[in-house]
Design a binder for this molecule. Structure first.
Ligand SMILES: *Cc1c(COP(=O)(O)O)cnc(C)c1O
Length: 422
């Protein structure tokens, strides 16, 4: 089925007489007739529900919809996008291992790699998102286990050359993980370009209404762990915590997601609440409609800003003048996302006053939901930094991040117009 149909229908098909809408299984636990059957579930010999930390029918239906949308074999929901990226990496890396990552990624993920994973003994080398194949390859070490990047980076809006990154990863016998949060599978399916694992902060467009924090990991099932068995012992050698079961032998293409669920989720426990999964599913039902409108509105706003004499610069990858335009058109021919950044002519103070005068457009930390919003990183998320440090971090002091919503675009532009004139 096509993506639009999957958004509405995938993941849950009621049988005769069952609820038409995906039910919320608001239950921690599940009942069995015999203790022997329960034992088989604990040994992973039989599949079935027993405890919501490991699996829940509401979550599974929503994960199945996201897997279908990405064209993967299976997915797992997590409590946040941060948990998704942590699990996606930690599922195949342990102390003594090494990661290569694009440097232009979400700040939270950068800290995860640069600070917290280092404390766990996992080192990361960052490469520029525009690095050549040779430069990316030069960052690899014998203990490198994964290459990481974002389809469209938050907040700098760089576009990842997924095919290039996938080639370098596969030449070194490791998978490429792509965080596809901003593009969503509606605009880009990284598996079609060679990515092996996709992650999401479902908090953003997938939920789309700023209601629930959540994440997801999707496995393409394409990476051949067995062919590089010595690099991935966690998948290819017996797991003592499951009586010596080997994930690749037992689960084949589902090895990676099964290990993430039955080992990491069992031990670390960042599950998505079933009620949140239900709300996420309501969001997913309109994802295709919303992404189309986000992109259409954003392009109109970006063109208006570019033509405006009060505006110094605009960074949006769907503008023909943008550095990433050709990559954006290659990977996202129908549009990228609704997020952009721009600077006003004038001082940092002018930027703050402009934002304070907005009436419809709200100042919030969030991005990528139905309501248009702005953030001034120099005054908010990056406010501890000096002007010099801001420049080094790639956050111009005048940079305003704008997340264009799905309202009527004339009202969005009129609000910006009146704030600029004032
Ligand atoms: C927001 C975001 C995250 C983190 O997700 P949370 O749901 O806030 O934990 C990760 N990656 C990207 C690209 C994001 O935009």
């Amino acid at each position: 089925m096509k993506k639009e149909t999957l958004c509405v229908q995938a993941g849950y098909t009621p049988k005769n007489g069952e609820a038409r809408i995906l039910p919320i299984y608001q239950s921690t636990t599940f009942k069995y007739e015999s203790s022997e059957q329960m034992g088989r579930l604990f040994d992973l010999e039989e599949s079935g529900y027993f405890y919501t930390r490991l699996q829940n029918p509401t979550n599974d239906a929503v994960a199945a919809k996201i897997a279908a949308l990405e064209g993967g074999v299976a997915a797992m929901l997590t409590s946040s996008g941060q948990a998704a990226n942590f699990y996606a990496i930690f599922n195949i890396c342990e102390a003594g291992d090494h990661v290569v990552s694009s440097a232009q990624i979400y700040g939270g993920t950068f800290n995860l790699l640069n600070v917290t994973l280092r404390k766990l003994g996992i080192e990361t080398t960052f490469v520029d998102v525009d690095a050549s194949e040779e430069e990316i390859a030069a960052a690899f070490k014998p203990n490198t286990k994964v290459l990481f990047g974002e389809t469209i980076s938050n907040p700098s809006i760089n576009v990842l050359d997924i095919e290039k990154f996938a080639r370098v990863a596969h030449n070194h016998g490791v998978p490429l993980i792509v965080d596809n949060t901003f593009a969503t599978p509606i605009n880009c399916r990284p598996f079609e370009w060679g990515a092996d694992i996709v992650t999401h902060s479902t908090t953003k467009y997938m939920d789309g209404h700023a209601m629930t924090v959540g994440g997801a990991i999707v496995d393409s099932g394409n990476f051949d762990w067995q062919a590089h068995a010595e690099k991935f012992p966690g998948l290819t050698t017996p797991d003592e915590s499951y009586h010596g079961l080997t994930y690749t032998e037992h689960f084949g293409k589902l090895a990676y997601i099964t290990k993430a669920t039955s080992q990491l989720m069992r031990d670390l426990g960042s599950i998505q609440a079933p009620h949140n999964a239900f709300l996420l599913n309501v969001g997913l039902e309109t994802l295709h409609l919303r992404m189309e409108r986000h992109c259409k509105n954003a392009l109109a706003v970006a063109k208006w800003l570019e033509a405006n004499p009060k505006v110094a610069w605009v960074n949006y990858c769907d503008l023909p003048s943008n550095k990433y335009y050709s990559l954006a058109k290659k990977y996202m021919p129908n549009g990228s996302c609704g997020v952009m950044s721009f600077g006003l002519k004038g001082s940092r103070k002018d930027a703050e006053q402009f934002m304070d005068r907005l009436k419809l457009i709200a100042i919030v930390t969030h991005v990528a939901d139905a309501r248009t919003c702005v953030l001034h990183p120099a005054s908010h998320t990056h406010r501890q930094l000096t002007e010099q440090q801001l420049v080094e971090a790639g956050v111009a002091p005048d940079l305003i991040r704008l997340s264009v919503g799905i309202e009527n675009v004339d009202d969005i532009i009129a609000d910006m117009q009146q704030a600029m004139e004032a």
